[in-house]
Design a protein around this ligand. Structure first.
Ligand code: FA5
Length: 337
């Protein structure tokens, strides 16, 4: 047999083996193709090898080398395809891998913090009563946190032990984290001529020890109404309407005589909860000294103001008995709102 004929047989066989392995879609078919081409006794490669004896003596070396190359290539092609089928797995070989009937992976969605939700609702209720929203900074100066609110330098409320002071450095006036939202009353009145009807909701800070009803950072809702004819009865009506809207129509509220330097008279505002009266805030008629400090004429205008604890309102509404739950960041608690 001529060398050229022998080499042609080898090439044809290599091409046929490649084709058969690629077409094998499962291990059984591939094994049948392996036996057909690489089988030790009857394999097609074996029969071509037998032809080697008929190649002229001087061409035997070249024919033998080519035979070995083709044999190695066919063996490699088989191994590659076997590995490919194995990595695809039996499902892939048998049919589609993707099962569209399986349920999807649920996405865990975040939500607004209960205090943020409460703030939005309080703004909504007070908006319907004609109050617009004002804002002020959490880092305040002593004028807005104390002086303009009729809290003079020697007053115990200014004690460093009762406030978070921030020392701005030598030559700079002391600053502090505001201890009440009443600061915003001053900021609004300084910039707006009467009449005024605002609320302000935000964080305040006090070095209070945390317990079931106290936290060192909490939120207040401040309210301020200044106009020509305003009385304590108006204040009570607004707070009662507010409480009925937020807590439900059957809520009872009461005023207890109290003292705040910036209101005269002053009251504590209590709501009834769990057979007890609980303090929700302070309120009163704006002290004439405060009106004077912002350039208003106390002979012309009067006003009322109130400051309520937002956490306490939210606790009362949702039956939360410990304020610390709001700030533990336990999603099992937070996801209930
Ligand atoms: C004030 O802060 C006054 N600025 C309220 C006010 C405004 C009076 C306008 C008159 C006119 P008081 O310190 O009582 O008042 O605080 C008001 C409310 O904040 C309390 O009734 C309570 O509900 C809430 N509160 C006070 N301290 C804490 C605390 N540590 N943690 C959570 N809530 C608190």
């Amino acid at each position: 047999m001529a060398l050229a004929e022998f080499l042609q047989q080898l090439d044809d066989l290599a091409a046929a083996a490649d084709h058969a392995f690629a077409a094998a879609g499962d291990p059984e078919t591939l094994e049948a193709a392996r036996v057909e081409f690489l089988g030790a006794k009857q394999g097609r490669l074996k029969s071509v090898q037998k032809q080697l004896g008929r190649v002229p003596k001087e061409d035997k070396r070249a024919a033998g080398m080519r035979f070995n190359e083709v044999k190695a290539a066919v063996e490699n092609a088989f191994q590659d395809r076997a590995q490919q089928l194995q990595s695809q797995g039996p499902q892939q070989a048998a049919g589609p891998q993707f099962d569209p009937t399986l349920p999807g992976t649920p996405l865990s969605l975040g939500r607004l913090h209960p205090i943020t939700q409460t703030i939005e609702e309080l703004k909504d209720i007070m908006g319907r009563l004609g109050f617009s929203v004002a804002e002020g900074p959490e880092i305040e100066d002593e004028r807005h946190n104390f002086e303009a609110l009729n809290i003079p330098r020697e007053h115990p409320a200014r004690d460093p032990l009762d406030n978070f002071y921030i020392h701005g450095g030598s030559g700079f006036p002391p600053l502090l984290l505001r201890s009440q939202t009443s600061t915003v009353q001053i900021r609004v009145m300084e910039n707006t001529p009467p009449p005024v009807r605002i609320i302000s909701l935000g964080r305040v800070y006090r070095p209070d020890t945390a317990d079931a009803t106290h936290y060192p950072m909490f939120h207040q809702m401040e309210g301020l109404l200044v106009d020509r004819h305003v009385t304590l009865a108006d204040l009570k009506s607004v707070l009662r309407l507010f409480a009925a809207s937020y807590l439900g129509g059957d809520v009872h509220i009461r005023f207890r005589p109290s003292f705040f330097p910036f209101t005269e008279p002053s009251v504590e505002v209590d709501f009834h909860w769990n057979d007890q009266w609980i303090e929700f805030g302070g309120a009163g008629m704006v002290d004439p000294n405060v009106l004077r400090a912002v350039g208003y004429d106390p002979e012309q205008v009067v006003g009322f103001a109130f400051g309520l604890g937002v956490e306490r309102l939210c606790m009362r509404r949702h039956g939360v008995t410990d304020i610390r739950e709001f700030y533990k960041n336990d999603v099992r608690f937070l996801h209930q709102f």
